[in-house]
Ligand binder design. Structure first.
Ligand code: AMP
Length: 425
């Protein structure tokens, strides 16, 4: 199948061709015709499957195909609302809209918390067709009456599972209540939990279901290894892996922001160019780290689960779990960052005594036992050494993990939220 077979407007096909894509990905093949036909959509798809273009392309087509007066009038209210859990994803989705819509007279804007609201208000006033927003900041705009959602024709909930994990359900329901009753709804989620099912059943009307990424896909295709070791050996073992295997472009997962910072510093000191990305880093620092990582200037990027979600890096050769996640699904998300698009990928997990329960949960979820590898000089002892005292944690270093995220009704405030609006045309 070719993009030209999908019946998208010539301007959109041109933008797609300029990106160098000729074949739609499986999610695009299924989602684009359904969205073009006006159906609601329930899509199970992770980042990396091409899901963003899967909804952006047909949305652009629909907007540009309607009565054109709406595209030229001055005081526009948004026609499309895309809700995303994080500022990074909001920025990326809006960038995709801009990329694929560059030959169309369509405006887009990303709004998210942590930055001044006034520039966003000014941009909203100028007129926006496609609004990409995180829930908290969107509700701030609603409260200040600086956004009018009564003209929304298409509503997209991106990474719905992550939104629920982050405690956004109440905000989402409030936002849905502000939308016109008749509209098209698209829901994207990496997993299809009972909570998502419930949300979907209230939101979607006779949806077309698309499932391109059953949650164990990555678990089946990525080469995975477990290195059993002692907790106190992990740093040396990690450095040894970098040195002995000449690893490059490695995404290393740590469980906490504090841990990610400390590990990046340690690696850096050992001559392995590294940076950490997590929710306490400024957007500038994150963007810089990410682009240096993509350019190969950094050998390792140390990330927390939430910071890593939604970052757009194609086909990483290696993912290393310095620590296992508490939530087994996060393991599948993590290793899904490698081995994409038919490339070889390897995921290595360093597992100490304390993490055996997490490992058991992961193996249960992915329904297979992972290969154990022993590295000479780093063999695990029969029993765990007593835990060293933990450094005290300041108030600005809350642990990032599902259990620690704000619950329903609270907005994730402070460092979790972010930073600047972007806009085009
Ligand atoms: P996403 O899953 O939306 O985060 O997209 C993952 C990556 O795939 C992005 O870098 C896109 O630019 C890229 N991509 C999207 N669609 C295609 C396609 N049809 N062919 C090749 N790459 C694509």
């Amino acid at each position: 199948m070719h993009f030209s077979d999908l019946g998208l407007k010539a301007e959109i096909q041109r933008a797609v061709a300029e990106q160098g894509y000729d074949t739609p990905t499986p999610i695009q093949q299924q989602a684009i015709p359904a969205v073009l036909a006006g159906h609601d959509l329930m899509a199970t798809a992770q980042t990396g499957t091409g899901k963003t273009a899967g909804f952006t392309l047909p949305i652009l087509h629909r907007l540009a195909s309607g009565p054109n007066d709406r595209l030229t009038r001055v005081a526009r209210t948004p026609r499309v609302l895309v809700l995303t859990p994080t500022r990074e994803l909001a920025i990326q989705v809006e960038e995709s809209v801009r990329t694929y819509g560059k030959h169309l007279p369509i405006n887009s804007l990303a709004v998210f918390g942590g930055v001044g609201i006034n520039p966003q208000i000014a941009n909203l006033r100028r007129g926006v067709d496609i609004l990409v927003a995180t829930p908290g900041r969107l509700l701030d705009h609603v409260q200040q009456k600086t956004v009018d959602l009564s003209g929304i024709e298409i509503f997209v909930l991106d990474e719905a599972d992550r939104m629920l994990d982050m405690g956004f359900i109440r905000d989402i329901r409030k936002i849905i209540a502000l939308l016109p009753k008749v509209r098209q709804n698209l829901l994207f989620s990496a997993t299809f939990s009972p909570d998502i099912r419930e949300l979907a059943s209230g939101l979607l009307h006779q949806p077309v279901s698309v499932d391109v990424a059953p949650r164990n896909t990555a678990a089946e295709t990525v080469a995975q290894k477990i290195i059993e070791c002692n907790r106190e050996q992990k740093q040396d073992l990690l450095k040894h892996l970098f040195d002995s295997r000449g690893l490059h472009q490695v995404l290393v997962f740590a469980r906490t922001k504090h841990g990610a910072d400390a590990l990046a510093r340690t690696l850096d000191k050992a001559g392995i160019k590294s940076a950490a990305i997590h929710g306490d880093k400024s957007q500038g620092a994150r963007t810089r780290a990410l682009s240096e990582f993509k350019d190969g200037k950094l050998v390792a990027l140390v990330a927390t689960d939430i910071a890593a979600r939604g970052i757009d890096i194609d086909a990483l050769p290696y993912v290393i779990n310095y620590e296992l996640p508490n939530v087994p699904e996060d393991y599948v998300h993590r290793i899904g960052r490698t081995g994409r698009a038919g490339m070889e990928g390897e995921a290595i997990s360093l597992v100490c005594h304390d993490e055996r329960p997490q490992l058991k949960d992961i193996e249960k979820l992915i329904k297979r036992n992972l290969e154990r590898v022993v590295i000479e000089g780093f063999e695990q002892s029969a029993t765990a050494a007593p835990r060293p005292p933990q450094p005290p944690r300041g108030p600005r270093q809350p642990q990032v993990g599902r259990g620690q995220m704000p619950k329903s009704g609270q907005k994730p405030g402070g460092p979790q939220q972010h930073r600047s609006g972007s806009r085009h045309r």
